[in-house]
Design a protein around this ligand. Structure first.
Ligand SMILES: Nc1ncnc2c1ncn2[C@@H]1O[C@H](COP(=O)(O)OP(=O)(O)OP(=O)(O)O)[C@@H](O)[C@H]1O
Ligand SMILES: [Mg+2]
Length: 242
């Protein structure tokens, strides 16, 4: 049986009186990718941020490899955030430094590799996103799609176990969407687990093993992609029609 690499139990998240998550429970198995859907404002991004302690939660448990990580200090969260990598809704590159420096940055921060070793690693990771030629460019020299791919490369550079993707295909043209999905599929084939937050249903169907839909602070639907597609529930169907 495959291990639950991540498990969320009865998570509660509020901002003052505003309840975002009332009771969220789900699991992620090693190697699988789940799609997290939900209308705008249902708390998909807040949930991803909560998983790595960028948001305080008011109740429940988050387990990574069966160990609770929801009560850790900032310092204890440091190594966790190298294992669970969050790729932001916008690529969030540093504008004033090159592509190379952007990707190398986490390695200088978190690894003991020499500069030469870092150079090799950055080149290799750029190869997987088909951007070797962009190594010395500045973020402002890149198209939106290229920036997304550099962002993905940076999220991958510390060899995480889980990738949290927040709308990786949003705002991209069809060619770049295909490139990003291809990269995600390659990561998946390497054994990476993932949570994909998206409004892009075709993308979710291509990448994900299971689908979760947030509704009223709870999980409104959970099932395989096939169950998702064949669901007779009007709420689920409203997503398929998008
Ligand atoms: N720091 C904050 N303080 C107060 N409310 C917040 C904060 N961050 C998020 N929220 C609220 O939490 C709710 C969920 O926000 P979130 O960004 O997670 O939605 P989402 O599902 O990702 O939406 P979208 O699909 O548009 O990206 C929203 O109502 C938002 O206004
Ligand atoms: Mg969001």
């Amino acid at each position: 049986m495959t291990e639950n690499i991540l498990e969320v139990k009865n998570l509660v998240k509020r901002f003052d009186e505003k309840v975002v998550h009332r009771d969220i429970s789900f699991f992620l198995k090693t190697g699988e990718t789940i799609g997290l859907l939900g209308n705008s404002g249902t708390g998909k991004s807040v949930l991803l941020r909560s998983l790595i302690g960028l948001e305080q939660i008011e109740g429940g448990e988050i387990l990574f490899h069966q160990q609770r990580i929801d009560h850790l200090s900032e310092q204890q969260l440091y190594p966790i955030r190298t294992k669970i990598s969050y790729s932001f809704q916008n690529a969030a590159l540093f504008d004033s430094i090159s592509v190379y420096e952007n990707i190398a940055y986490p390695l200088f921060e978190h690894s003991r590799l020499t500069e030469d070793e870092i150079k090799v690693k950055v080149r290799n990771i750029l190869k997987t996103v088909n951007l070797e030629q962009a190594i010395d460019l500045m973020p402002s020299d890149l198209s939106g799609g290229m920036q997304k791919r550099v962002g993905l490369a940076r999220s991958m550079v510390l060899s995480p176990e889980i990738m949290l993707y927040d709308e990786p295909t949003a705002g991209l043209d069809p060619v770049n969407i295909e490139m990003v999905l291809d990269i995600m599929n390659r990561f998946k084939k390497q054994g990476l687990s993932g949570i994909l937050v998206t409004h892009d249903i075709p993308a979710a169907k291509k990448i994900c093993d299971r689908i979760l839909i947030l509704k009223d602070g709870m999980i409104g639907f959970t099932g395989t992609v096939e169950e998702f597609e064949n669901s007779k529930d009007p709420f689920v169907q409203s997503f398929l029609g998008q």
